[in-house]
Ligand binder design. Sequence first.
Ligand code: F0G
Length: 478
Amino acid sequence: MTNAKLEGTQPQSIISGVAYQRCINPQCGYTLDVGQVRTACDRCGDLLDIEYDWDRIRVPSQLSHFEQMWLQRHSPLRFSGVWRFHELLPFAPAEKVVTVGEGQTLLQKANFVANFVGLEKENLFLQYEGMNPSGSFKDNGMCAAITHAHLTGARRAACASTGNTSASLAMYSSVTGLMKAIIFIGSGKISYGKLSQALEYGALTVQIAGDFDDAMQRVREVSKDLGIYVVNSINPFRLEGQKTIMFRVLEALRWQVPDWIVVPGGNLGNSSAFGKAFIELKQLGLIERVPRLAVINAAGADTLYQLYSRRGLRWNSGQPDMGVVRDYYDDLDSRSAKADTIASAIEINRPVNLTKCLRALDFCDGVVRRVTDQEILDAKAQVGAGGIGCEPASAASVAGAKLLREEGVIAPSDRVVCILTGHQLKDPTATVAYHTTDQEKFNEVLGSRGVSRASFANRAVAVPNEVEAIVRAIQLYS
Ligand code: F0G
């Protein structure tokens, strides 16, 4: 692997010569010190990666080395499910990393859900990222972004959000006291669970008369003007933290690589980070083969599906046909088309990590599918009935796995890991509406989304306030 040749201007280097930023476009390849704050390449405007001069880093020769880190869990660095893997994302010195104990998550063998998906028993695993301190996978990336922000002297950090990024940023800001959180949200587009977190943690909450795509554009403009640090997943440091979700999946499988990783696709940060994780593990000789990647859009926010599966857009050795993308966005604009799904976390039409995701799909022989809100809510009900539960966007992964099984793309004997990105309690409105006995409530919340039935509803039983009637109901239903 090559040494970094730094071409950008160079302030203080955080780890001189070991980590650097590089444009993902191979024809550009512009490099920049890690001490610089950017969300795009200065030369060509494409996305940036964090790269490492691996020859100068003491990377363990076996992934099983990382299990030893548990023995040191009295140290916050090793307790963190992100920084436990510091050698695989060494852009900041170990003593400078920010952690609130993120990444203590669970890979659960889910036989009940395997049956729903159509997989053989023992073959479906659910990675519960909702167990993070702010209740979603975002904490994996936020600890890395805040580490970098702090090292570069940032006093304010901002994001546009469908709710989970903002909850995570607000939490890191208040727990650490290192910076002020400023969050941009679309109006009426964020679930109460997530909004309540940002408000309670004390973030400055800017509600824009628009949707997530509008908020995303504005946060980039305003942050540039005011010199505010941006923590959306266009921030390449965030994706370094999100790589560790895959390290923990492999660890839980005793370092056996599964056949499939299935993940919901919104802004496409996770899928991009997972691809980078596997590219690097393979490059370092730490795994022999890579899993296939399935990215699942909601049908009402299906840009990746439209571009990848319908229009044949590919990574194409780093030269994707951006004309196809521009035409697609022009068409959306001409129709004033807006993203619309019950899975509000992935209600995004202009995913900022599109090109990185194409690279991940290329490397992991990926597929992209879209699932309806009906399929998402039925899958969510089954995940909940099988155990810990998740928010609607997360269940897109399970609904997608089921679809791919039905198509025969995933075989019954394949080992499949679905990423459950957010906690069940993030969005109780959709859950309660699904299980309600009140048809009006059902229609109000779900009917407009094309959801016509609750196939797996567990309805409350209404009884008079009398012991006899209650006893009768319990005997009848249990
Ligand atoms: N699942 C959940 C629960 C999310 O909150 C998000 C993104 C995604 C999936 C999509 O992940 O962007 O990596 O493809 N939420 C962002 C937010 C956009 O603002 O909280 P992605």
